[in-house]
Design a protein around this ligand. Structure first.
Ligand SMILES: *Cc1c(COP(=O)(O)O)cnc(C)c1O
Length: 467
């Protein structure tokens, strides 16, 4: 597809900008540009077609199935966008006097109250801009707590080997040493291994439950009890709360603090890089360590972002919570779990689940045996799915399953979509046995097939240069 610059024809114009209604000013000598600005010159219809064509080349939840495990790519109701677009919310200034922003205050307080109730926490901050940022904030709460007690010998954070990669990165960024605990064969924390690493140097544990293989750790009360007994605190990675919201509370599982990705579970579209919000909740005894806004001017307090964070993300979350209500929230979680189990059962018999038991909101397929039999890898299957208009599942994560495909269908998909997806997985399973080379060359109908992902991320070409 041509770039908009390549479609440019000298002298062609479109008039979508209104007439300038302010006085012209001349730019002071020496500051004016030497050459005319190299803007593309196109007609309105060309412009419209260009962006529509671009739009048709991306895949989003509004285009089709998007079972990207751990990421909760569910449909975000339009009403959440409508509320976030209200002028009373978009037009506020962070330095406006308190008396002028009482409505916005109420949004923050109400959202905080509801999310505290869902997570079983007592206090909350909306400053962190994303999940990893929330983890960073939460682990700093743990650090401040130990420091405030003069308990400075606690240098280690314990993290299961199934954890999201941001967990060890967070602990390291907070200056902690990361201690890995292996998972037991059932995919959950190995209790004996946990006991072996707990001690006077334990600052805390970071855990997500259900974990990243989609399993609920039934020993969770024992796990958090053991950590507390050793003097450590328990951090819940609640980036993805889709399986448990309104059903079971991390606070009741024994966790002391948590982050929740409002952009995963609570209705802000994501995948394009933001804005998001990693709301951090904590028990009352940690509340004094929460970040304060810059305006509070209280030295000694952490501040992880300016003002109240990404406020409009909180507006969407509150709209979502209020429109689903006390009954709708647990129902959404239960449907997410039902959909994941339904899809897993329908795929079973071809690709095999890594853990053959009832899953929560997501499940992991182990393509190890399939690769051995056909030479077709998890990557090849993921690439093949693109040709069917399906976004690939998360690949090669969690690390404890080597040829992993991780599927999270979410509650907003219909039975028909799940049946369709299962059928495609079955077809690809057969195709790998019949024509493995075709799958190794997939996708065959996409704009870009197999880019050099390392080069694309290390030296991306993001700018058009005039020839
Ligand atoms: C997505 C995710 C994160 C990180 O969240 P970001 O908003 O991408 O920083 C952390 N943990 C888990 C389990 C996740 O799924």
């Amino acid at each position: 597809m041509k770039l908009i610059f390549e479609k440019s024809v000298p002298g062609r114009r479109c008039d979508i900008l209104g007439k300038c209604d302010v006085d012209y000013v001349s730019v002071p000598e020496g500051f004016a540009r030497q050459m005319p600005l190299a803007l593309p010159e196109v007609s309105e219809v060309d412009l419209s077609r260009h962006y529509t064509a671009l739009n048709q080349q991306v895949h989003g939840v509004n285009c089709g199935f998007y079972p990207l495990g751990s990421c909760t790519m569910k449909y975000n109701p339009r009403i959440d966008e409508d509320m976030a677009a209200l002028e009373g919310f978009t037009g506020i200034h962070p330095l406006a006097p308190e008396s002028a922003v009482q409505g916005c205050r109420e949004v923050l307080d109400t959202a905080s109250r509801y999310l505290c109730e869902i997570s079983g926490m007592d206090a909350m901050t909306f400053q962190p801009a994303a999940g990893a940022h929330g983890e960073f904030t939460g682990v700093l709460l743990i650090k401040q707590y130990h420091d405030s007690r003069g308990d400075t010998g606690r240098r280690k954070i314990i993290i299961p080997d199934s954890a999201h990669g941001t967990n060890p990165a967070t602990a390291a960024m907070c200056g902690y040493q990361v201690v890995n605990v292996p998972s037991a064969p059932d995919g959950c924390v190995d209790i004996e291994a946990l006991k072996a690493v707990l001690g006077e140097d334990t600052a805390g544990l970071m855990l997500t439950n259900p974990n990243t293989v989609g399993l609920f750790d039934e020993n969770i009360l024992e796990i958090t009890r053991l950590v507390h007994q050793a003097g450590g605190l328990c951090y819940y990675d609640g980036a993805n709360l889709n399986a448990v919201m309104g059903v079971v509370r991390p606070g009741d599982m024994g966790f002391d603090c948590i982050h929740m990705n409002l952009h995963k579970t609570f209705a802000t579209p994501h995948g394009g890089g933001g804005p998001g919000a990693g709301a951090v909740g904590c028990k009352a005894f940690l509340a004094e360590f929460l970040p304060r806004s810059a305006l509070a001017e209280e030295p000694g307090h952490i501040q992880v972002r300016s003002f109240q964070g990404n406020f409009l993300v909180v507006v969407r979350a509150l709209t979502y919570l209020m429109s689903l209500g006390r009954e709708g929230i647990p129902e959404a979680a239960q449907n997410a779990v039902l959909n994941a189990n339904y899809l897993m059962e329908k795929i079973k018999g071809t690709f095999q689940p890594a853990y053959d038991r009832v899953c929560m909101h997501e499940f992991v397929l182990d393509l190890g045996p399939y690769k051995k039999a056909t030479g077709v890898s998890a990557l090849d299957v993921a690439k093949s799915l693109i040709d069917y208009g399906m976004h690939p599942p998360t690949m090669y994560f969690p690390l404890i399953v080597h040829e992993a495909l991780m599927l999270e269908p979410t509650e907003t998909e219909s039975k028909e979509t799940l049946d369709w997806a299962a059928e495609i997985f079955r077809q690809l399973y057969d195709l790998g046995h019949k024509d493995p080379d075709y799958m190794r060359a997939a996708p065959h109908h996409a704009q870009i097939g197999r880019p050099d992902e390392v080069r694309a991320s290390r030296s991306p070409v993001l700018r058009w240069e005039e020839a």
